[in-house]
Design a protein around this ligand. Structure first.
Ligand code: NAP
Length: 360
């Protein structure tokens, strides 16, 4: 099969680098364009990324000498050369929104990690195993943009990637109230312990904008398409606190949930173990064999033991117990730059290709 030609916008950043390592030997996708800001454009990728390379794996040789293009100035060239782009830019929201629309309007589909377009009513925000049906909104978006092939699809914030799937297991019990506290890794801020030494032996009780995203994005994932837009599920009430912790990779969440139809811990565990992923998410190159892993051990999930489950695409859940104020409580965890960022976006792109939304 001839591979899809793929560009990465923001290739020099933390998420961009994760795309590069995950896509090195991808069976369907061939990364042919690397783009970043004007600070990096014109340089060979190895020189542009240089000391910023944060992946454990060394930079694959085939990317070293690719000349980095400018995300904005070279937009027509990039859109003309690739079948779609992954967007992992780290700049102001309005600028990203403009850049993503620019590519879509040039008939180049954009699969984005950014929050800029997440709450746009006709932009699907997808966790493939859960709300693949929201792909149906894409024709509405294309008619707004006036495109035949170009559109934007996004993945949700990394903070919600473990607790939304876990809660979704019992969705038919009608979720009512959710309280969640997240403990988020420093790579979520595009940083390492080298570049953020203040985080060693420290906790910072504030992540800009994260609590708002953690509370509203699940309502879109659980929302419904009505009159050409995705309406939020207003029956669910979520409150959150998000904290930065001294962990390199992996976001953990402590979650409390009440349902309209009360559920016991043992019933919830059964639902986790029997979780049925959406048909459209099955058997793709990046699909995990098992999406949710439930641990009965009292001391799991643990970052070091469990973040790389299913090559970083799994979600782990443990400590499911009855709660005095809510129905149940539990702890969950997922890899923030794989499932929560590049890996989740790659799985979404695979689904969009197989469903015929992205084509050569
Ligand atoms: P990052 O490490 O700061 O990388 C930012 C990238 O954007 C770099 O390639 C940079 O290029 C480029 N860039 C910055 N300003 C630009 C501009 N004005 N014009 C064009 N390109 C520009 O950020 P990151 O952690 O990879 O995150 C990228 C995005 O993904 C963010 O929106 C973040 O919120 C989101 N996200 C991150 C995670 C995570 O776990 N890290 C998870 C989910 C979502 P230069 O190197 O040339 O400056």
């Amino acid at each position: 099969m001839e591979k899809y030609k793929v560009g990465i916008l923001g290739a020099t950043g933390t998420v961009g680098q994760k795309f590069i390592t995950l896509l090195e030997n991808h069976p369907w996708f061939d990364v042919t364009v690397l783009a970043a800001s004007s600070n990096s454009s014109g340089k060979k990728f190895k020189d542009a990324v240089n000391k910023k390379w944060a992946e454990e794996k060394t930079l694959p040789a085939k990317y070293e000498n690719i000349t980095v293009l400018d995300v904005e100035k070279d937009v027509e060239k990039i859109a003309g050369e690739v079948d779609f782009v992954f967007c992992a830019l780290g700049c102001e929201k309005e600028k990203i929104k403009k850049i993503e629309e620019m590519y879509a309007k040039l008939e180049c589909p954009v699969i984005s990690n950014n929050s800029a377009n997440r709450m746009s009513g006709d932009v699907p925000m997808i966790i493939p195993e859960i709300n693949a049906d929201h792909l149906d909104i894409i024709p509405h978006q294309m008619s707004r943009l006036g495109t035949k092939k170009g559109f934007i699809a996004v993945k949700s914030n990394c903070s919600i990637q473990c607790y939304v799937p876990a809660i979704h297991a019992a969705f038919e019990n009608a979720v009512k109230d959710v309280l969640v506290c997240t403990y988020q890794a420093i790579s979520g801020a595009g940083r390492t312990f080298k570049t953020w030494p203040e985080m060693v032996d420290n906790i910072i009780p504030y992540i800009s904008g994260e609590e708002e995203k953690s509370e509203i994005e699940p309502l879109k994932i659980w929302g419904k398409i009505e009159n050409g837009k995705i309406n939020l599920n207003k029956n669910i009430n979520i409150t959150s606190q998000c904290v930065r912790v001294p962990v390199s990779n992996g976001h953990t969440a402590a979650v409390f949930v009440s349902f309209e139809k009360k559920i016991s811990p043992s019933e919830f565990i059964k639902k986790l173990e029997n979780f049925k992923v959406h048909e459209k998410s099955k058997d793709l190159p990046s699909s995990p064999k098992k999406f949710i892993h439930y641990f009965a051990d009292e001391d799991r999930p643990q970052i070091k033991l469990d973040r790389n489950l299913e090559k970083g695409m799994g979600v782990s859940v443990g400590r499911v117990r009855e709660d005095k104020q809510y129905d149940i409580k539990f702890i969950c965890m997922s890899h923030n730059t794989v499932r929560g960022a590049a890996g989740g976006a790659i799985l979404l792109a695979e689904m969009l290709c197989r469903e015929g939304y992205i084509y050569k």
